[in-house]
Design a protein around this ligand. Structure first.
Ligand code: LUZ
Ligand code: MOS
Length: 790
């Protein structure tokens, strides 16, 4: 109808001002209500144990303590879980991780809660715990079944291979480190109803679990989410437990109840990114062309499934990353251990699958003595052929070959590689490494039914608009993007459109804001509502502008108003039209809906040619892709790793808000850098998280940002399958940080005495120094030595 005026512009983030001024409200900023109680929980102090005796009498008698609840006080089912119902809210008999909640405490002060915790008498019989993937595998402790993708003839590929390599690759988990910890406030209403303010990515799941566990109907529970102070996947499932605890207290005591975990408790008791230990075998030609790959991914699921099966599904679907592999078998198994259930984290298995692949590429290059860049380009998915994934989806509209070439030139990769080779031969103090790696990230939830969204658009008589969707704002800017979509659809300035707090009362049965798809799904639903409203309003306008011969096809609608194409002076403002529509009794509110078209995926597909079971279909609407080139500088005496330069080039389609997308790319890359370098989860041998605060768990800070940091994207107007030709951007750039890890692996190859470098992820200073020392002593240290310290 008109060139894009709002979409594609750098409209400031909804909360840009509020976040710096402190005006933005988070759950725990809410003023205390009359009679409000504080809620906390008493958790298991052992990683695996049976409750022999639990005595709450002394705790109950502490002044200020109002109530203590165990599983016996739940009005509904103690059993729940987002995929498998294998979790309990409160331990009945067996505690399965340290911090596993046993007693919910409600009190009038924090002090009373502390005293109550100390006064709870509990006797536990300790059972043997399992913490590592190796131990769980030895004991055969798995969650769900092993899943598989298999294409071609893997055995034949290995039998006929010119070269093969095999090994084990370890990557560790990651703490979400959201600045706002898990929090909720539950307000009791009349007739056993609850209104719950929750810091969650998934208000509908919080609502459903509250109802289920407390024995209520979903219609008795409203969950509202204004915003989160970060989430990164950590609030996709695990915001639920504290919200249910607060709700339990509110329902029982009829007093508002607030829970807000301390950062230490949050870090110690909630799940993280899954650690993976993988076994791999790869077959390739003397030129480095991969002819076969056989990978078995093992994740550390923790004590319950949570989203582990879905995370493993995504890991399996990203284990070939951006490369065409004709004969391939990828398997994934989830190990059950006595750690808090691991959960969603930005990338959702994608990082773990891709890290394994990039490690393999690096090893092929080191084995053949070739530049890893050339191996990557050689194996990259093609534009017209060699472009079918192991699960049968064609990589359409593939710009990766072009991005490889452009970034190689922009980053001056080949020249810098030559300089680095010279430098490493001369410098006694430092080692340098450089690497240019791709990503290809599938967009859509890998569970088909989750790919749906609704939106509510209400127009008021003054011409302003309120929009509510199922999307939750966690700082990523989804509300700003949807606001732009609605403003553009209705030809209004963004100031006329306001995004409302997310509430299950306005949008029911929503999916989590996750899988990078918040704007895609909810923005499309909002656009759908606008189009329906517009159709009604155009008809109304035709009636008023052209009373003799109403002709909707002659109605023009742009930012100047609504007018008759044949007589442009005959016009109405948006506000005038809205008033007329109201007098005509035309509805000015609309509900939009969107379901991603064309998706199909079957984990149990039988390949007609091989007769074997394999995952197959089209799980993703499209792929977001990109490359990054990173250079690292390593101190040979301390192992200190500094990222001196990173150049990022992506295909993110046509951004709805380039500024917001740039922020997402920078943030995701730096968060990924933390995962691959300094963030190292360490546990005691009894399963206590030792790295439970910023003093011992090192996330990147401003000095860790690469000195030269270039972020750019190509122009790709061809992603017509998605909203306004945009592409999702929240998670994909995190995996560009793998270029930093492979750059470290590259740097170490200069001192590894001709051996292929073995390196765990993260490449912490300690890990790097261990390798340097070992190589200096002519050693051949395998992977896993550091992480086995658990
Ligand atoms: N959550 C989910 C996700 O439930 N399914 C997914 O495929 C997914 N992907 C990325 C992030 N969260
Ligand atoms: Mo998810 S890792 O909550 O997008």
């Amino acid at each position: 109808m008109k060139p894009e005026k709002v979409v594609g512009q750098n409209i400031p983030h909804d909360s840009a001002r509020g976040h710096v001024s402190g005006e933005s409200l988070y759950v725990d900023d809410t003023p205390f209500a009359q009679g409000e109680l504080l809620v906390d929980f008493f958790g298991s102090s052992v990683a695996h144990g049976r409750i022999k005796k639990l005595d709450l009498e002394a705790a109950k008698n502490i002044p200020g303590v109002i109530a203590l609840y165990t599983y016996r006080d739940l009005g509904g089912h103690n059993q729940f879980g987002p995929i498998l119902q294998d979790e309990v809210l409160l331990v009945e008999e067996i505690a399965e991780f340290i911090g596993h909640p046993i007693v919910v405490i409600a009190a009038e002060s924090r002090k009373a809660i502390q005293k109550a915790k100390a006064a709870i008498r509990i006797e536990m019989e300790e059972l043997p715990p399992v913490f590592t993937i190796e131990e769980a595998r030895r004991k055969g402790q798995f969650i769900f079944k092993t899943r598989i993708i298999e294409r071609g003839d893997v055995e034949k590929a290995f039998a006929e291979a010119e070269h093969t390599l095999e090994g084990t690759f370890y990557n560790n988990g990651q703490e979400h480190f959201y600045l706002e910890s898990q929090a909720a406030i539950a307000y009791p209403g009349e007739h056993d109803t609850l209104t719950v303010h929750s810091s969650t990515q998934h208000p509908s799941e919080v609502q459903a679990v509250i109802a289920e566990v407390l024995g209520l109907g979903c219609h008795q529970v409203v969950v509202e989410t204004r915003r989160m102070g970060g989430a990164f996947g950590g609030k996709e499932c695990q915001a639920t437990h504290p919200a249910v605890m607060a709700s339990l207290v509110a329902l029982k005591t009829k007093r508002p109840a607030r829970i807000c975990l301390s950062v230490d408790d949050d870090m110690k008791t909630t799940g993280k990114r899954h650690a993976f230990h993988n076994e791999y075998k790869v077959a390739f030609t003397k030129d480095g062309l991969i002819t076969g790959m056989d990978v078995h991914l093992y994740s550390n699921g923790g004590a319950a499934n949570d989203l582990s099966t879905a995370v493993m599904g995504r890991a399996i679907c990203h284990a070939e990353n951006a490369y065409y592999i004709p004969n391939v078998r990828i398997q994934g198994s989830i190990c059950k251990t006595n750690l808090p259930p691991n959960t969603a984290f930005r990338g959702f298995g994608g990082p773990q699958g891709m890290a394994n692949m990039e490690n393999i590429i690096e090893e092929i290059a080191q084995f053949l003595g070739k530049d890893a860049y050339d191996i990557r380009v050689l194996n990259c998915y093609g534009t017209d052929d060699r472009n079918i994934t192991p699960y049968g989806q064609t990589v359409e509209n593939n710009h990766l070959p072009e991005i490889f070439q452009k970034l190689e030139a922009r980053a001056d990769y080949k020249n810098r590689l030559a300089q680095i080779e010279k430098f490493n031969g001369e410098s006694p103090l430092y080692l340098k490494g450089i690497s240019l790696t791709p990503i290809k990230f599938g967009i859509s939830f890998n569970t088909k039914f989750l790919n749906q969204a609704s939106a509510l658009v209400n127009i008021y008589l003054d011409g302003t608009v309120q929009v509510s969707t199922g999307a939750t704002e966690m700082g990523q800017g989804v509300n700003t993007k949807i606001r732009q979509i609605v403003a553009e659809e209705l030809c209004l300035p963004v100031e006329a459109v306001r995004m409302m707090a997310t509430s299950t009362e306005k949008n029911n049965n929503t999916s989590a804001t996750a899988a990078s798809s918040g704007s895609d799904l909810n923005g499309s639903a909002a656009a759908d509502a606008c189009r329906k409203l517009k159709a009604r309003l155009v008809e109304c306008a035709a009636g008023h502008l052209m009373s003799d011969h109403p002709d909707v096809d002659s109605v023009e609608w742009d930012e100047t108003g609504i007018w008759d194409r044949r007589d442009p002076k005959n016009r109405l403002s948006f506000q005038q039209l809205v008033k007329l529509a109201h007098l005509d009794r035309v509805s000015l509110g609309e509900r939009g809906f969107y379901a991603t078209p064309g998706l199909s995926f079957d984990w149990e597909h039988r390949d007609p040619q091989t007769g074997k079971i394999t995952a197959y279909g089209r799980p993703f609407l499209y792929f977001t892709t990109g490359c990054a080139c990173s250079e690292v500088l390593i101190d040979r005496f301390t192992g200190d790793v500094k990222v001196v330069r990173s150049d990022l080039l992506m295909d993110i389609g046509r951004p709805i808000n380039p500024g917001i997308d740039r922020g997402q790319i920078a943030g995701a890359f730096i968060q990924g850098m933390g995962w691959v370098t300094t963030e190292d989860l360490r546990y005691s041998d009894t399963g206590d998280l030792l790295t439970h605060s910023p003093t011992t768990y090192k996330i990147p800070n401003i000095q860790d940002v690469p000195e030269v940091f270039n972020i750019d994207w190509i122009d790709n107007p061809d992603n017509t399958v998605n909203l306004r030709r945009s592409k999702a951007v929240g998670e994909p750039p995190l995996m560009l940080a793998l270029s930093v890890w492979t750059a470290v692996k590259h740097a170490l190859s200069f001192v590894s005495n001709g051996d292929i470098v073995k390196l765990n992820l993260p490449a912490t200073n300690e890990e790097v120094l261990t390798r340097l020392t070992d190589y200096a002593n002519q050693g051949k240290l395998e992977t896993g030595k550091i992480m086995d310290s658990v």
